[in-house]
Design a protein around this ligand. Structure first.
Ligand code: LRH
Ligand code: MN
Ligand code: MN
Length: 434
């Protein structure tokens, strides 16, 4: 390939001087884990199978509503975004799919886009609809979403939003996707502005119409978020509303957990456990946050929480309580870093949390829980979390021909500089994800 990081030989060349040390670190960790009755090869095999989708919208520099500071060589089209994803996947070996967002991703020719992705070794994950802003340039959206979309008081706006979601399903079918993620910004800014019950019922009725257009092997992911853009009330503000809606819509609808979409201090890992109990967990939008929907890099602020989420998932999986494999996606806004570097690092952090969760001594934990030994139960988790699993991640990457050190390999490749030469510079200014 003309894209250096996508070239297997190029990566092999960068790996060569690192191989011996990586092997020694791996062997040493293997001995230590063996003393804990853990077979490192089993862990590495599971880690190697782990993957997380990259958001197409995360490949460009994000921004806040105050400003956006674009970098050089940003992707200008969905074709460029696919190339960036291929770079991330080639280096990490952990991100074989991209999650598109419509109409942000403008696709002139679906078959051509699919072929472009396949040639670069990537495929498509859940498609995302966008009825949280107006699209004046698009003939399919003549009406405004200022006062909502799927829950709008005006049936014509609801019909437009429903039609857009169905269009997204059709687009996803053309790309080989199997899920549609719906997040709406619908809500209110003033007490009294909106009738809570009626808005929720309108939302459910709309989503039922979208669901009626789903192919049988598709899943509908309903994503909740506590607030923003609405600041007084939000129609799908929490996992309770999401679960009620998913239950009303039927078996194809499930609840997606974006880690940034909860009130401060909420116990997200427990929400995960509850959704598993209900058989309604769809998957995740991974990111990290300090205050709200910050969309910071996964694991950057609170890696322990990320670990605790995976602990619940591994626990449920081992107990045979996961009816379907959760969908893992990243959803971040990269404002001060090269988005490719953030996505590489985030994919690794997510994989790290999974690897750590695989090390939890579940038999011991369960005994301490039964015996109400709070201290030792916590120690079991801490022991797994504090194990340095980096050699497992590096070995999993090396064995599949990815990079032992992805970030260093990315920088050495000069990929961004090469992009700067061939991609147009994009405008800065305020606001928005694109
Ligand atoms: C909303 C959200 C949702 C959108 C994405 C751009 O905050 O998390 O997933 O589709 O951001
Ligand atoms: Mn999200
Ligand atoms: Mn969000």
């Amino acid at each position: 390939s003309h894209i250096r990081p996508v070239d297997r030989d190029y990566r092999a060349g960068l790996n060569r001087p690192l191989e011996a040390e990586a092997a020694r670190d791996y062997e040493f960790l293997g001995e230590k884990l063996a003393r804990r009755d853990i077979d490192i090869e089993q862990v590495t095999a599971q880690v190697a199978r782990f993957s997380v989708a990259v958001p197409s919208w995360g490949t460009g520099t994000g921004g806040t509503r105050f400003a956006r500071f674009p970098g050089d060589g940003e992707p200008a089209s969905v074709f460029d975004r696919i190339e960036d994803c291929a770079v991330i996947n080639s280096l990490t070996g952990a991100t074989p799919t991209i999650s598109p967002h419509f109409p942000w991703d403008e696709v002139p020719d679906y078959a051509a886009l699919r072929a472009h992705a396949e040639a670069l070794g990537v495929g498509f994950d859940a498609v995302n609809s966008n009825t949280f802003q107006d699209h004046p340039a698009h003939a399919a959206h003549p009406l405004s979403y200022k006062f909502g979309s799927l829950s709008h008081t005006d049936p014509a706006v609801r019909a437009q939003a429903i039609a857009h979601n169905i269009d997204c399903i059709r687009a996803g079918e053309a790309l080989g996707s199997k899920a549609l993620t719906i997040w709406i910004g619908d809500g209110s800014n003033f007490p009294g502005q909106s009738h809570f019950g009626q808005a929720f019922e309108r939302y459910i009725a709309s989503v039922q119409q979208v669901a009626a257009s789903l192919p049988p092997d598709w899943t509908l992911f309903l994503e909740h978020k506590i607030h923003e853009p609405a600041f007084y009330s939000t129609v799908i503000q929490d996992w309770g509303s999401s679960l009620l809606a998913a239950q009303a819509v039927g078996p194809q609808a499930r609840c997606l957990v974006d880690l940034g979409h909860h009130a401060p201090n909420v116990n997200i890992e427990m929400i995960v456990a509850r959704l598993i109990h209900a058989g309604k967990l769809a998957g995740f939008h991974f990111n990290d946050s300090k205050y709200g929907d910050d969309d910071l890099d996964a694991g950057a602020i609170d890696p322990f929480r990320l670990f605790l989420v995976f602990h619940e998932l591994v626990d449920a999986e081992r107990a045979g309580r996961l009816d379907v494999a959760p969908a893992y996606m990243i959803d971040q806004s990269h404002n001060v870093t090269d988005p490719i570097e953030s996505l590489i690092s985030s994919a690794i952090e997510i994989q790290r949390a999974y690897a750590q969760a695989l090390l939890v001594d579940r038999m011991a934990l369960s005994e301490y829980q039964e015996g109400n030994d709070a201290m030792m139960a916590n120690q079991v988790l801490k022991r797994a979390f504090t194990t340095d699993v980096a050699p497992i991640l590096a070995t999993a990457r090396f064995r599949k021909g990815a990079a032992i050190e992805p970030l260093a390999a990315y920088r050495a490749s000069g990929y961004r500089q090469a992009c700067a030469g061939r991609r147009p510079k994009r405008a800065g200014g305020g606001g928005g994800i694109v």
